[in-house]
Design a protein around this ligand. Structure first.
Ligand SMILES: [Zn+2]
Ligand SMILES: [Zn+2]
Length: 162
């Protein structure tokens, strides 16, 4: 099926309209229909450190019970607020389940590579392209006092007992 809009998180998602592969098993059970499935799809997003575009795939599984939508099968003890999923005219609405399982399977902070060095905090340079990148860092005047303090500390003789 083509991916619905917004399948994923802000920094990583299945582009709308791209193919999502579903493998589903529908089983009749006492209360309704049990849907078990796997989903796989391509992802596009950006690295949270260096903002490079990245692509990945997501593959995950889900299982959800869709209960019959009629009074005869209503559990009188069921909480009105419970988010039980119901068959609607003998159809299952897979989209919310799909969305939840895909979002849960995504990394919170997608990275182009685990050791992505990101961007230079001073000038925004792309550090992976420029590993030798450095600045003739003039010490920010606000920190100059601290640096002097640090020098003092490194010359302090430590008590050998401690
Ligand atoms: Zn990166
Ligand atoms: Zn820089």
């Amino acid at each position: 099926m083509p991916a619905p809009a917004g399948l994923g998180i802000e920094v990583l998602s299945v582009p709308e309209g791209t193919p999502v592969e579903l493998d589903l098993r529908l089983e009749a059970v006492l209360e309704g229909v049990l849907v078990t499935g796997t989903v796989s799809a391509g992802l596009a997003g950006e690295c949270v450190r260096c903002l490079d575009e990245l692509s990945d795939i997501v593959e995950t599984t889900f299982q959800e019970l869709y209960v019959y939508d009629d009074a005869a099968h209503d559990d009188p003890d069921a909480d009105e607020e419970s988010d039980v999923r119901r068959l609607e005219d003998d159809l299952v609405d897979l989209e919310p389940v799909l969305r939840d399982s895909v979002v849960l399977a995504l990394p919170f902070q997608p990275l182009c590579s685990q050791d992505c060095p990101g961007l230079c905090p001073e000038c925004g340079a792309h550090l992976a392209d420029d590993p030798e990148h450095s600045h003739e860092a003039p010490i920010d005047p606000r920190w100059a006092g601290l640096a002097a303090l640090q020098e003092d500390e490194s010359t302090v003789q430590h008590d050998p007992e401690s």
